[in-house]
Write a new protein. Sequence first.
Lengths: 323, 555
Amino acid sequence: MRLKLVPQDTSVDFFRHWKTTFGGSVVAMVLSIVAFAVMGLNFGIDFRGGTSIRTEAQAPVDIGEYRAAIMPLGFGDVAITEVFDPAFGADRHVAMVRIQAQEGTEAITTEQISAVRDALQGLDPTLTFAAVDSVGPKVSGELIQSAIISVVLALAAVLFYIWLRFEWQFSVGAVAALVHDIVLTIGIFSVLQIRFDLAIIAALLTIVGYSLNDTVVVFDRVRENLIKYKKRPLKEVLTVSINETLSRTVMTSVTTLLALLALFILGGDVIRGFVFAMIWGVIVGTYSSVFVASAVLLRLGVKRDWSKNSGDTAGTQFGVKES
Amino acid sequence: MLQIPMWKRVLIWSICALALLFAIPNLFYDRVERHNDAVAMIEAGQGDAAMQDARAAWPSFLPSFLVNLGLDLRGGAHLLAEVRVSEVYADRIDGMWPSVRDRLRDDRDVVGAVRRIPSDDPGELRVRITNTDAIDEAASFVRELAQPTQSISGFSQARDLEVRVEGEDIVVTLSEAERVATDERTMRLSLEIIRRRVDEAGTREPTIQRQGSDRILIQVPGIGSAEELKELIGTTARLTFHPVVNVTSNPDQVPEPRQVIYPSIDEPGSYYILEQTPVVTGEQLVDAQPGMDQNNRPAVNFRFNPAGGRAFGIYTAENIGNPFAIVLDGEVISAPVIQSHIPGGSGIITGRFTVEETSQLAVLLRAGALPAEMDFLEERTVGPELGQDSIDAGRIAAMVAMVAVLGFMLASYGIFGIIANIALLLNISMIFALLSLIGATLTLPGIAGIVLTIGMAVDATVLIFERIREEMRTAKGPARAIELGYDKALSAILDANITTFITALILFAMGSGPVRGFAITLGLGILTSVFTALMVTRLMMVIYFERRRPKTLVI
């Protein structure tokens, strides 16, 4: 008995409620932008500079006491959060202490770290620093810049590649889907105030890659079906193509999500934010390749004559041998 | 029809076998690592019985390449330092003063008396002459002192000094070309000295790299904290010997021109006023060793090179009975009175040192002084326990992810699921084999990249299987369906993977540290998964088909 998540032949009309789904996406994007504007992102020290210290102690973390111990040192704004993970035993209590960038110095000095350590060890002698990260304002500025450049470059490169391989309408559809995914990811990070650091940029770009993967597979089938069904309306061709690739879309999303869920639950707290971004991206990316990318394609319309003589201008295909 | 030539089959299986062979050492990480360490030690001639055992624990005919573990997995310290390259200009220009003075004095009858004017910019030398009418002529005399700029590519047309007239002053600065060349030398010297200091401390596999024009990235696995590392490389260790002018207790006292005021390390509240230009500097040291002075207190013995020894000898002969300050990084360690002429070029530094401090100081003096100070822009420390936790968590997560995906594929595709699963396992082996071969570094996001690849690697295979399933309905017979399935899925597989590969490339080019580690595993994962999907699964399908000759395929 085979496991079948998607029946052999489906004919779901994905565009019947296209106004609702597309409108829903637009609303979600607007909400994300509003959340970003109002609440902002919880930037990690990679992007705002400062020092983050991971403490481990046997006694439970009392954020108030920690704060009271560090505040007299005069480092200004101090943020303390407790970290939970199912893998921690009963006598392992982890906290993240974040200190803002200090005036006049780039990275934190040895004396400043010692001062914090002494203050916290006064509360609990078993406390140790498991990790210390300190990024100066100079580097954090550059990191923001290169992060933004890399996301924009990735989008531009993809736009160009799809335009080369398909038609400009496909390109616009794919990039609309990517922007949708990135905006929604930034939105959820802003709403949940999950720490946004350098690794999340990597996750964002992976989401771009994954979502694109999905979109391209659907588009590839659309192109093939446009040649096959020259006279059928575009809406029907799109629906058929999505239905034909639905089984594969679901299979791949499920295997990827299985792997990511294992990492989310068991991979430790250090990369949980990173994995969360990817899980969210896989879900949103799968949705967007159908309801955003294809919907945009449907609105824009597309060249219908893919016969050999006019097909030379754009849309080369790899190795399809017609028998 | 379904045919793969024999040479191609052999090639595909050989690649798979090689991948397994090169991935295997990573399963026995500790043992292979000890083996590699032992081999290195024995080659260096330090092998003992324990080393021989460690070497024998891994057969030498097997490959012993390992994936490097990043700092976030192994624990260690990471520092990004910026070298204050412009500090060197001031020293260079300051050193020009005696030659400028002597050159102008040679033509005293033309230029008159010469004196140096203090300048706000330490990178320039301002000289005033009494005979102001001859200022242009004087400037041309100074210009004669300029030498061709020495750059890496040898001598160039450019001169090292720029001399201009500003009102009554002759201003000497380094030329633009010379500044570039000086920066280059400063950076190379800094890198070399940091490398020597880190090596002397005896840590394993440090990474010391230049980044951009004036930055140095230092990564040392296994070191306890970045603070320790900073103490080792953050000290300039510039040792100088100055004539003492005066001692004062007022730290705000303004010294005369060409004099400096430095605090004393041993006697808080007392400050030495010294001649700015040192008699000899630490650059002229050839050796420094920790030792004891005649009162059995920890001290550092040092020896000068011949030139330094001569200068030191002449100075001590001429100044018997005068105090003389030993200065380390702007603080006076001690200021002994010169008892006698010291001809041999060797001496001893005493102060209130502990034994550890003397050995540290000796290391720093031996390695040489950094040419300029450094600012630390970024520092990261990961404790070894946290690194081990991350490895353990990553390993368990990867295994669970693997089992889940394997089980899901088996349930969905039956016998073909087994083919997909073998391909997936080979794919993971290939990633590890490639990572080990190119000596790439595996970081925590890198592990995430591998886990993501486990999920995505099956995508190409799924595309093919789903396509074969569709073709079965229209094609004439299973052989034709398999062939069509591979042909028609190719376009989608390539497009999908090329676009993801583009993002991996951009991540690699733009990212740093852990992000780059992620990009490497993601990129390699794409290459290997395309190979396994198009080559390995196809070969297995063909073999299955040849053996069974099924009338129909149930995918």
